[in-house]
Ligand binder design. Structure first.
Ligand SMILES: [Zn+2]
Length: 202
């Protein structure tokens, strides 16, 4: 924090308001020596005087501590840029997640088919073959569920009627009809059923 800059800022604003050090001090119930010290950068106003001082000078605490006015347009623009950047990052990472989901699911399925074929050709019918088939089927179900969970949790479903974006619970997502990543869902906002598209950002 630059006390000298803050002090000059206070002095400048005080003069703009046609206030003397004495009259400003009076309004804040402090001594004019205190005001003089702030303006020379020797001390900061106490926390309990800061808000009143800001009100009198027509600034906010952030501006006071920065020692300069912050343009509201810049503020909004900066916030907007930050939000756009965050949304982009979310979209990229969600696309990656969905991609990984497909890779995992397809690899698991190919692996499963491979194991079944190889063991059916190499092994006699019996308990060992049964165990291998049961075991790998169970594994495939687990992987499929994991991929499904990943898919439901990634991004949002956008209601086709009111464009509200939401995440359905697993049970609903599992039993509802779907085509690719688009699911027939009931919107929690407008309570209408519609084909809800998968979107990557809110
Ligand atoms: Zn809706």
């Amino acid at each position: 924090m630059d006390l000298i800059k803050i002090g000059k800022f206070i002095a400048g604003l005080r003069k703009d308001k046609n206030l003397t050090q004495e009259s400003l001090a009076e309004k804040l119930y402090v001594t004019d020596r205190a005001v003089s010290k702030w303006e020379r950068g020797l001390s900061l106003p106490d926390a309990d005087k800061m808000l009143d001082l800001c009100n009198i000078l027509g600034i906010n605490v952030n501006e006071l501590l920065n020692g300069e006015k912050i343009d509201m347009k810049d503020y909004e623009k900066k916030t907007e840029e930050l939000l756009v950047e965050m949304a982009k990052k979310e979209e990229t990472s969600n696309k990656k997640l969905i991609m990984n989901m497909w890779i995992i699911a397809i690899t698991a399925l190919l692996f499963y088919i491979g194991i079944i074929i190889v063991s059916a050709m190499a092994l006699e019918e019996g308990p060992l073959l049964g165990t291998i088939i049961c075991g790998s089927t169970a594994l495939l179900v687990i992987v499929a569920f994991y991929a499904f969970k990943l898919e439901v949790e990634t991004g949002y479903y956008e209601c086709n009627k009111c464009h509200h974006k939401h995440i359905p619970n697993y049970f609903v997502a599992m039993i509802c009809p779907h085509i690719n990543l688009t699911r027939f869902l009931k919107c929690p906002k407008c309570h209408k059923w519609s084909w809800s598209k998968k979107v990557m950002t809110k």
